[in-house]
Write a protein that binds this ligand. Structure first.
Ligand code: PLP
Length: 332
């Protein structure tokens, strides 16, 4: 990616202006229990309370609001395993832009229903037999639709960066910011915000251990891939970082770490039980890296992006059983 085409903090500011009054300014939650457990001063930026239940609305609305009148009339298409789909459908509904969403047949039922509920036309595909990008590109070409990918797009990255921008504006400088990472849109946007608003803040991306392609890419400085990783963090099952997001991650992110699904279940349930907020597995990645001491942040001021709250409640029973079967690593 040529450096001049990478988004900058100015694009995050521009996105914040477009999102004003359209996206929720989400709450920052603190917990003395969490502070005691971790020895840190922790600020959770709660994007589970964002419209459509995840930060994805920020990037989606920003990208759609920048389309020309002609492109708006023709409509947009995207492929997504969930939250980006809902976000595009909702942003399209608000802006009067028709949306077509290519989704895997096995996507969580709540996500399929919500996408249709926001007026998106859902086209299902089979994960095992077809390639979503190819299908998406073919449909977009046939129907004259603008393709809005889930993360590797400058307006998506800039929109996602507005969550961290709000956090820094509210709580001031931080020593560390923990950010869930799938394709790296949220992470690279957050890093843009940190580089401008809190230059000494270390930005750390957190992935599920089964989908550690971003961590391997970061360490080797060469883009690595993973195929259909087996993890409950469905929002981070992406094959690899994107060209734009990888370039920004290499430039602006300080470290990448992974958490196992057993750790993630403990971390997620702790947020449910102690913070009284419903967070989906992917949304708990950053918090889990802190709570399970994957990153040692004692004595630090720490920001955590809680990225989403769209949980398929049918799965909760399995997660509870799994938690009971796993010994706790850390007494609390
Ligand atoms: C999409 C998503 C992520 C990962 O975001 P990327 O920009 O793809 O890295 C994290 N959490 C939730 C809840 C998501 O929906």
């Amino acid at each position: 990616m040529a450096p001049e085409t990478l988004p900058t903090y100015a694009d995050v500011e521009d996105a914040a202006g477009r999102l004003h009054g359209r996206a929720h300014h989400t709450p920052v939650v603190t917990s003395s229990t969490v502070d005691r457990m971790t020895g840190a001063e922790v600020f959770f930026k709660c994007e589970n309370f964002q419209r459509a239940g995840a930060f994805k609305f920020r990037g989606a609305y920003n990208a759609l609001s920048r389309l020309s009148p002609e492109a708006r009339k023709r409509g947009v298409l995207t492929f997504s395993s969930g939250n980006h789909a809902q976000a595009i459908a909702l942003a399209g509904q608000l802006l009067g832009i028709p949306t077509t969403i290519v989704m895997p047949r096995d996507a969580p039922a709540v996500k399929l229903e919500a996408t249709r509920g926001y007026g998106g036309e859902v086209v299902l595909y089979d994960r095992a037999t077809s390639h979503r990008e190819e299908l998406g590109q073919r449909l977009a070409a046939e129907r004259g639709l603008t393709l809005i990918p889930p993360y590797d797009h400058p307006h998506i990255v800039a929109g996602q960066g507005t969550a961290a921008r709000e956090l820094f504006e509210e709580v001031g400088a931080l020593d560390c910011l923990l950010v869930p990472c799938g394709g790296g849109g949220l992470l690279s946007g957050s890093a843009l915000a940190a580089s401008a608003l809190a230059p000494s803040c270390k930005v750390v991306g957190v992935e599920p251990a089964a989908g550690d392609d971003g961590t391997r890419s970061f360490r080797t400085r060469t883009l690595q891939q993973v195929q259909n990783p087996d993890t409950i963090a469905d929002g981070a099952r992406t094959q690899s970082l994107g060209r734009i997001t990888f370039a920004l991650v290499l430039r602006l992110v300080h470290d990448m770490v992974t958490v196992t699904d057993d750790q993630l279940i403990r971390g997620m349930f702790l947020l449910w039980e102690r913070l009284k907020i419903v967070v989906e597995p992917t949304g708990a990645l950053g918090a889990t890296a802190l709570l399970e001491r994957i990153v040692d942040l004692r004595g630090k001021r720490v920001g955590v992006i809680v990225s989403g709250g769209n949980v398929d409640l049918g799965q909760v029973g399995d997660w509870v059983k799994r938690r009971e079967a796993t010994p706790r690593a850390i007494p609390s």
